[in-house]
Design a protein around this ligand. Structure first.
Ligand code: F6P
Length: 327
């Protein structure tokens, strides 16, 4: 058991729809356990600057349905230094914060682990990233919303692609992981899906696209993850335009970008975020630290933070095979 009187909570790294629902659950669970709660604004940047705000029940009213994060977020370079982390720990002490809930992705958890190791501050993480690339949880807060946003936009592009018999290269987010690309590609009926987890060879891609377009298709959609090694949608577009074989193929590319990060969270993300927020505070009060609360096979599960950020979550290769059958 940890004797925690004052809980600090923050969101860090890329924001994700559902972070607010998680904050709400965290704050209300802490208050229900008679803790004081301090919100740390702008993630580790705010921790270093002492940008702290007291939280009560009403400070998290009416946010379960909103995207973004009311505490704001940042990617902090100062926190990568020992000096930055010491300043952050000094501020936590100044505000009597004796336990933390960190909502974010692998970068957030690396930082949280360091605070735990170097300054002995108990911390539990909640997985918040649209990329779904965290080991220790089947799904992350924000992923379901981002996936549905991507699919909705692929559907729209399909309409116009179909009207003009065009080839569309659609780039979706995922710097290091293809979860969004793979699943929105399947759900959006893409003819080809390119992800960082597999080797993408330009010659093979050209051949496949050419045969798809030659088969008198009405339209062809290729979904490319941002982190795919051929340079995303723009990289492939350039290669195709430079190749005379594709001279007669009407081709466009679209980068969906940050629209995937915004918007109201889906029901699934709101419920997941609420469950994980509650479970994170309970885990901390039960004496756990340096762990993330994930959701695995329908149950909450704790995983050491070092496993979360050092292991890679595998994509479902069976899903990838499906595209070949379905396209
Ligand atoms: O980590 C989530 C994510 O949206 C990635 O998919 C993307 O590569 C990155 O964040 C973009 O980050 P930023 O908004 O800082 O450019």
């Amino acid at each position: 058991m940890h004797d925690i009187q004052c809980l600090g909570v923050y969101t860090s790294g890329g924001d994700a729809p559902g972070m607010n629902a998680c904050l709400r659950a965290t704050v209300r669970t802490a208050l229900a356990n008679d803790l004081e709660v301090v919100g740390i604004r702008r993630g580790y940047e705010g921790m270093i600057d002492g940008d702290f705000v007291e939280m009560d029940r009403r400070s998290v009213s009416n946010i379960v349905q909103t995207g973004g994060t009311i505490l704001k977020s940042a990617r902090s370079t100062d926190f990568l230094t020992e000096e930055g982390r010491t300043r952050a720990a000094d501020n936590l002490e100044r505000y009597d914060v004796d336990g933390l809930i960190a909502i974010g992705g692998d970068g957030t958890f690396r930082g949280a682990s360091k605070l735990n190791d170097e300054h002995g501050i108990p911390v539990v993480g909640c997985p918040g990233t649209i990329d779904n690339d965290l080991f220790g949880t089947d799904t992350t807060i924000g992923y379901d919303t981002a996936l549905n946003t991507a699919i909705e936009n692929i559907d729209r592009i399909r309409d116009t692609a179909d009207a003009h018999n065009r080839l569309f290269l659609i780039e979706v987010m995922g710097r290091d992981a293809g979860f969004i690309a793979l699943n929105c590609g399947i759900g959006g009926g893409a003819e080809l899906i390119l992800i960082p987890e597999t080797i993408t060879e330009m010659d093979m891609i050209k051949e496949r696209i050419f045969s798809l377009m030659s088969a008198q298709r009405r339209s062809t959609i290729v979904v490319v993850a941002e982190g795919d090694e051929l340079g995303g949608a723009r990289g492939i577009e350039q290669a195709l335009r430079e190749d005379p074989t594709f001279e007669d193929i009407d081709l466009r590319s679209t980068i969906l970008g940050h629209i995937q990060r915004g918007g109201a969270p889906t029901a699934g993300d709101r419920v997941l975020a609420s469950r994980l927020g509650v479970a994170a505070v309970e885990a901390l009060l039960d004496g756990h630290t340096d762990v993330m609360v994930g959701f695995v096979n329908g149950e909450t599960k704790l995983t050491p933070l070092r496993n979360v950020y050092s292991r890679k979550k595998s994509i479902d290769y069976d899903l990838l095979k499906l595209t070949q059958i379905l396209s």
